[in-house]
Design a protein around this ligand. Structure first.
Ligand SMILES: Nc1ncnc2c1ncn2[C@@H]1O[C@H](COP(=O)(O)OP(=O)(O)OP(=O)(O)O)[C@@H](O)[C@H]1O
Length: 495
């Protein structure tokens, strides 16, 4: 383990820097501590500001260090994203740019000190990535541009990343950009948007003649700039996945993680989905309440309650290639620790060419061995990510590249009380334990929405977007995509 120390100064004040191979401790920089928020008042009497710990007294971990460099002006510059509450899981992070003067006699020592640290900090990650940044100016109700400029750009600059920034100008622009991008000119394509632009980028890549190679060569960097941000939350958790600076750290320090994508066919269309396919009362709650967007998230709750109290159900003819159907064994198989090497191997497989489905086309009969379920259901919801939104841990056993789609199914006939309790417990994922919830892992499926009552409108949503309520089929392609990830898995869900 490397142990190095360096004496520096901030003004006249002596500062001691110590590096132990895993973290950098800075002692003596008393002005670096984050200032507490405005003092509080109580009945007009000002209260003393709350005590704030000095994060520099803790070693700044390698993962949090962005850049350490000694320059010609005898200055040592340190940039780091430091957790505000280091002991807390999913703590927000703050960007610190610290500058210390070094005695010119120690120039050689300072150069070695900084290069030793940098070689550890970027031990197996590329330093100074070349980023193609796509910003949806309308993402997150128009906040994405501001988020990028105030929170993300300074972090990428501190880490010496090269940025080529482009605003998406219309619906579908993300598809065209990904179709045309020079995959050798960048190390990652970063989206500052919701899941909509990510969906477009993935589909643009997969329309290219070199689809497989392109999508792996330019891993996605995901910055939450939308309203939902399901992929970001699923990778980092409900708080960190919504923290632009923490997700920027994931882009800088993340390694490519392979993740599965679903090939979806309906009519003469085919595209790739990385989130969900939805039919039944949850699709209704999302799509039929679009006109109530002004209400925010409340609109979907109102939609759901309408459907539950109205006893609504939907008919389907479906068939599944089921791999696992026992909830207990699915829960037992869910790994507490995840083996990253799996994903590295998958990423190294860089065959080019387009993605060909292995299941027969929709026009042909259901393959032998599939389970046919022609029934009335309340909820049919498949997903490749555990969280579909904050507070919606719908598929807690989802894995990024197990080659399987998780299906949650609630059939007709469940009581109103049981259905309400499912939606009451979905925030923690414990709804899957309810007797009315069936949970499967499938490789592929086919679904035909059946309209029994002409007055009832059937809704189908794929990755949150309307799809015609026509027959469609889905096949998962294992490890097809690549996304930059700090720890190489979806966030562990312990339920
Ligand atoms: N300049 C633009 N004008 C109009 N639409 C755009 C523009 N840029 C992107 N879009 C479209 O906006 C849609 C939604 O984008 P995105 O998911 O990024 O944001 P959001 O709606 O805030 O987030 P969420 O999907 O999480 O609700 C995408 O389908 C994309 O095609």
């Amino acid at each position: 383990m490397v142990v190095a120390s360096l004496s520096a100064k901030k003004g006249h004040q002596a500062v001691q820097l110590t590096y132990d191979g895993e973290g950098l401790r800075i002692e003596g920089d008393v002005t670096a501590a984050k200032r507490p928020k405005a003092p509080r008042t109580c009945f007009c009497i000002p209260l003393p500001p709350p005590k704030v710990s000095n994060p520099l007294l803790l070693p700044i971990q390698n993962i949090n260090l962005l850049n350490v460099e000694y320059g010609s002006t005898n200055m040592l510059r340190i940039s780091a994203l430091i957790p505000d509450k280091p002991a807390e899981d999913e703590s927000p992070v703050t960007l610190y740019n610290l500058v210390y003067s070094i005695d010119p006699q120690d120039a050689e020592k300072a150069t070695k000190f900084s290069s030793d640290i940098m070689s550890q900090v970027y031990k197996d990650v590329q330093q100074g990535k070349r980023l193609k940044v796509l910003i949806n100016p309308f993402g997150g109700q128009g906040k994405a541009k501001h988020i990028f400029e105030t929170q993300v750009k300074p972090v990428f600059e501190a880490a010496k990343c090269a940025m080529d920034v482009q605003f998406t100008e219309r619906q579908g622009h993300g598809i065209d950009i990904a179709k045309e991008i020079d995959i050798n000119a960048f190390d990652s394509i970063v989206t500052v948007s919701g899941d909509g632009v990510i969906h477009e980028v993935i589909n643009g890549f997969l329309q290219r003649p070199d689809a497989r190679e392109a999508i792996r060569k330019l891993p996605l960097g995901v910055i939450p700039g939308g309203t939902g941000n399901a992929l970001s939350i699923s990778m980092l958790g409900e708080k960190s996945g919504f923290d632009p600076q923490y997700t920027a750290l994931q882009v800088i320090k993340g390694k490519p993680m392979a993740f599965d994508l679903c090939s979806v066919t309906y009519d003469d269309k085919r595209y790739f989905s990385f989130l969900s396919q939805n039919y039944g009362i949850t699709a209704y709650a999302d799509l039929a309440t679009e006109h109530m967007r002004w209400m925010g998230d409340t609109r979907t709750i109102i939609g759901l309650l309408q459907q539950i109290f109205g006893g609504k159900s939907y008919s389907m003819e479906a068939a599944f290639d089921i791999v696992k159907s026992d909830k207990t064994s699915i829960a037992e198989d869910y790994p507490v620790e995840y083996d990253r090497s799996d994903q590295q191997t998958a990423i190294d497989d860089s065959r080019g060419g387009q993605v060909v489905d292995s299941i027969p086309p929709l026009s042909e009969p259901v393959p032998k061995g599939w389970t046919v379920v022609n029934d009335d259901i309340c909820v049919f919801l498949t997903s490749k990510v555990p969280w579909l939104a904050r507070g919606m841990l719908t598929h807690p056993y989802c894995m990024p590249n197990d080659g399987l789609i998780d299906l949650m199914l609630i059939k007709k006939g469940a009581s109103i009380g049981d259905k309400l309790s499912v939606f009451d417990t979905v925030d923690k994922g414990t709804h899957v334990k309810s007797k009315i919830v069936d949970y499967y892992k499938v490789k592929a499926f086919r679904l035909t929405p059946v309209t029994k009552d002409p007055k009832q409108k059937n809704y189908v949503a794929i990755d949150g977007e309307h799809a015609p309520p026509k027959p469609f089929q889905v096949e998962v392609h294992r490890s097809l995509g690549a996304v930059l990830s700090l720890d190489g898995r979806y966030r562990s869900t312990t339920i």
